[in-house]
Design a protein around this ligand. Structure first.
Ligand code: PXL
Length: 270
């Protein structure tokens, strides 16, 4: 079978093991032909003290002209950190013009974590994302992003009823299947999947550490597995397992991302 060809749109942080520099190798490793549209070029991700930032929006129409002239189409889309509101219009244009029939659109809102927005984002960006998810088939927000999308306070604690209310509210903005990442119950961590009116949970051991870029990694493995025929639950379990292995392979002093390369090397050698 020919690998599926997808387009992933997210930033290229030159240093920091997140967004494009994890999505591209992981999607390729798991058998997906990965075309990229970098939305911004940063010296490093925004969890470091400082960063440079080049917005790619002005170049995108030239890229699209190249794609139009060559007749390129994609069989799926994975959106991560876009950076600016203008990129959301570019994303919609890509869905309209470069999609094969029924190509799934998977959107990771990628604008915050731990109850806070990432540096450089504001509520206007959140509102634009709330609008963009109406185009998604699957969204993979973490709980911080869910709360911002709904205009809710980030909760000190929550139960399964809270998650149910949250997904029901989200459904007002999107027809998508909702996969909330990083939810914690009974000392375990994983995903709440809302599909066809029902919620299921994929939970696994919670590791006592937290690293940047793991959400991007989760979205990439999830997307590859799902496009290659896994169910939502299987794709979540595989992605969660991959992220956990990467965290375990990362020494504590490696603070800015996780050592996913070691895990992939292991998978190739075995
Ligand atoms: O991992 C999410 C992410 C992606 N891209 C950039 C970031 C972050 C998180 O901080 O700064 C540029």
């Amino acid at each position: 079978m020919q690998p599926k060809r997808i387009l992933t749109m997210q930033d290229l942080s030159c240093v920091g093991q997140c967004s494009m520099t994890v999505a591209l190798p992981i999607l390729s490793h798991y058998g997906v032909e990965t075309c990229v549209l970098p939305t911004a070029i940063l010296s490093n991700h925004t969890m470091f003290k400082t960063w440079s930032y080049l917005d790619i929006t002005p170049e995108i129409e030239n890229v699209y002209n190249g794609w139009r002239e060559n007749g390129f189409k994609f069989q799926g889309f994975l959106l991560g950190y876009l950076g600016k509101k203008s990129l959301m219009d570019c994303a919609e244009k890509a869905f309209d013009e470069f999609s094969e029939k029924d190509a799934p659109i998977i959107i990771d809102p990628a604008f915050g974590d731990n109850g806070k927005l990432y540096g450089g984002f504001d509520l206007e960006y959140v509102a634009a994302m709330r609008n963009l998810i109406r185009r998604a088939n699957i969204i993979v927000p973490n709980l911080t992003e869910v709360c911002f999308l709904l205009g809710w306070e980030y909760p000190a604690s929550y139960d399964k009823n809270y998650i149910k209310k949250a997904v029901e509210e989200l459904k007002k903005y999107t027809p998508a299947t909702v996969v909330i990442t990083g939810v914690e119950f009974d000392g375990k961590i994983g995903e709440a999947i809302y599909y066809n009116g029902k919620i299921s949970y994929v939970l696994a051991e919670k590791l006592p550490v937290c690293y940047h870029g793991t959400g991007d990694m989760f979205a990439a493995v999830f997307t590859a597995k799902y496009l290659n025929g896994a169910t939502l639950e299987q794709a979540c379990a595989a992605a969660g397992e991959f992220v956990a292995k990467c965290i375990k392979a990362t020494p504590q002093n490696h603070f800015y991302g996780v050592c996913f390369e070691k895990v992939m090397l292991n998978e190739v050698e075995n």
